[in-house]
Design a protein around this ligand. Structure first.
Ligand code: RRO
Length: 283
């Protein structure tokens, strides 16, 4: 089967989800060399960040919980990586975020000058203490979409958190349909979940044990989000499905709901990059 994204033919329609196997330059190199489709970087901020204290990722029944806290090398390191790998830059999506509007605007300007295929603006990081997920605040999102539309002259999209009510799908897609996004990625980890170990202690220390969840347990939420968004978005806006993918059948389900390409997080974390090729070969 042939797959296209933003007008490019792809050799694979399965890729990593931002944050998994894409934070260090070594991880990115391995991913780029050993997979055939697109890859996305860890969400980059203006300056490098250590993230939350460890442990901050754990496997739990049904998937994973994380409270990474946006550890990353800073935008310039990822832009340099893309420049150094310019022959494969057309396969790289640069994920960005800012802890303030001002920071996001500055990161966006730099990202726009990179050779990346596209930019995925993360409006949905669930793990920064004191910072709400931007895409749950429609007023701020509307303002940001306008500002980012002025900055970007290369393809860009947004990574959304899960929504749970039809009115919220109406509201977010109304804003997106008026913006210049080329694609939407859905979903980020449902945030601020809590898991307790058998000894009744939380498994993830930062944020009082709360974190974003991933893996098979979120597949129904992810599919519903892809489907609701696809029905409401302008047809020209492409969709990347993300959330809960463990098997080739799960990839097909995302595509049936409207995704053109599919990202894998928790399952990639568990099995490593060869899994992406296996999933794409069997569709
Ligand atoms: O780094 C994280 O804590 C993190 C991010 Br930025 C995100 O977008 N989603 C997630 O589950 N964790």
């Amino acid at each position: 089967m042939r797959h296209t994204f933003l007008g490019h033919q792809l050799k694979s329609h399965v890729m990593n989800a931002a944050g998994v196997h894409c934070t260090t330059l070594d991880e990115l190199s391995i991913l780029l060399k050993n997979t055939k489709g697109l890859i996305v970087t860890k969400t980059a901020t203006l300056h490098p960040r250590q993230g939350n204290i460890k442990p901050r990722y754990a496997e739990i029944p049904g998937g994973s919980i994380n409270s990474m806290g946006l550890p990353n090398l800073g935008i310039d390191a990822y832009i340099n990586f893309i420049t150094l790998n310019s022959m494969r830059a057309h396969r790289i999506i640069l994920s960005i975020a800012g802890l303030s509007l001002n920071e996001l605007i500055r990161v966006a300007h730099r990202a726009n000058c990179s050779k990346a295929l596209a930019i995925e603006v993360n409006l949905s990081c669930p793990n920064i203490d004191g910072k709400p997920q931007v895409a749950y605040d429609f007023q701020t999102t509307e303002y940001l979409l306008k500002q980012l539309g002025i900055i970007f002259d290369k393809p860009w999209g947004v990574k959304l958190p899960p929504y749970f009510d039809p009115i919220h799908f109406d509201q977010i897609t109304e804003l997106l349909n008026r913006s210049s996004v080329s694609f939407v990625t859905a979903i980020n980890s449902p945030g601020n979940a809590l898991w307790l170990d058998e000894d009744l202690k939380s498994v993830i220390v930062p944020k009082d044990g709360h974190g974003g969840i991933g893996g098979p347990m979120i597949l129904p939420i992810a599919l519903a989000n892809v489907s609701h968004l696809r029905k409401r978005l302008r047809p020209e806006i492409e969709m990347i499905g993300c959330g809960g993918v463990e098997t080739a059948l799960d990839v097909k389900k995302h595509m049936k709901c409207g995704a053109q390409i599919v990202q894998v997080g928790t399952t990639l974390m568990k099995y490593g990059p060869h899994l992406l090729n296996e999933l794409s070969a069997s569709v």
